[in-house]
Design a protein around this ligand. Structure first.
Ligand code: SF4
Length: 345
């Protein structure tokens, strides 16, 4: 189907008459000459106008448990209609979705197949009984226009939106998201500037700056670290991550996930369970109130406990909520302490 390309948002034209534009969606801040693409491959300069090549190009539409994002303190036990488009502004060697995230780098300029309008995503979410929509699978920053139009339509139907992101968006993008995004999980992939540059193709400083801004934006924030053997699993690095989060706010949930071989790290071994246990201990010693394990079945660290009295609030197994003794508004059934999070819309 021939569909006109959507004009991009958050870019500026240079004033030198060259028709070059600067994209301000992410920290790459690509300077893009006419007929050229940004680093993500998802945005093209068409004669001085930046256009999105991925608007409407959803690659999948799944009613996932919100716990799969993972978001553990946002509408627990509900489903979130999840979608994404091809393209990413990072090049993570361990990507689990590299066939779609790196598609536009492998086929530069190719406009992906398919066409799903924003209202069709909203309707699919309503039909499936979802409580929210999630922009995920690849990096939602690079399909910002599509996500925003869908998210704003969803709000009219009382469907809040979530991002699952690498956190590399600019302050301008975070400010634009505040109106319509209600929750975000950001991957803080390591705490080493060289690794961010060489393995992810991004910068540590950019992500840290975004995390601070997100925390103050009013958008509910959770953070995930995929613990990859030999890349970010030293005590020093895990401590640095945990201490950064604790300084920002010890109530931000931290998910430490087990790595399994993928993409360019197929020869790497999976994370051993003792490393995940060590990461959890490091998080707790740093003062974090909510540390969770990912890709590991562990009743204690998949569940949410009152940060004051230790009573059970939400019992999970995998992506399933088994029991939720927590009271309305996130109150502990034993001591009444409110657990931080978004428990209703
Ligand atoms: S979103 Fe894409 S085009 Fe825009 S700055 Fe980031 S990588 Fe460059």
């Amino acid at each position: 189907m021939l569909v006109p390309l959507m004009k991009a948002r958050l870019y500026t034209a240079t004033e030198d008459g060259s028709k070059e534009v600067v994209c301000h969606l992410c920290h790459h801040r690509c300077h893009i000459a006419p007929r050229h693409l940004g680093i993500c491959g998802a945005r093209r300069n068409d004669d001085g106008e930046l256009v999105s090549l991925v608007y409407g190009r959803a690659v999948s539409l799944n009613p996932d448990p919100i716990e799969k994002k993972p978001l553990f303190h946002f509408l627990p036990g509900t489903h979130s209609m999840s979608t994404g488009t091809p393209g990413c502004n990072f090049t993570c060697a361990f990507c689990q979705n590299n066939d779609i995230s790196q598609f536009l780098r492998e086929f530069p300029g190719r406009i992906p197949m398919g066409w799903t309008k924003p209202d069709e995503i909203v309707q699919a979410a309503l039909n499936a009984g979802c409580a929210s929509m999630s922009f995920t699978y690849t990096e939602p920053t690079i399909f910002y226009e599509y996500a925003e139009d869908t998210g704003r339509l969803g709000l009219e139907k009382h469907l809040p939106s979530c991002f699952v992101s690498n956190g590399f968006m600019t302050p301008e993008t975070v400010d634009a998201m505040k109106d319509w995004v209600r929750a975000i999980n950001v991957d803080l992939k390591c705490f080493n500037a060289d690794t961010y540059r060489k393995v992810m193709g991004g910068t540590l400083d950019g992500v840290l700056e975004t995390l601070v801004r997100l925390h103050h934006s009013g958008i509910w924030l959770e953070i995930t670290t995929l613990v990859v053997p030999g890349m970010n699993d030293s005590d020093d690095e895990l401590c640095a991550i945990a201490e950064f989060i604790a300084k920002l706010d010890p109530c931000i949930p931290w998910h430490v996930s087990r790595f399994f071989p993928h993409y360019k790290m197929r020869a790497q071994v999976p994370t051993v369970l003792s490393t995940i246990q060590r990461a959890i201990q490091i998080g707790e010693e740093a003062g974090l109130k909510f540390v969770y394990c990912g890709n590991v079945l562990d009743g204690k660290y998949e569940s949410t406990w009152c940060m004051d009295c230790g009573a059970l609030l939400i019992r999970r197994s995998g992506f399933t909520v088994l029991d939720m003794p927590m009271l309305a508004g996130g109150a502990c059934p034993d001591c009444g302490k409110k657990c931080p999070g978004v428990w209703s819309i």
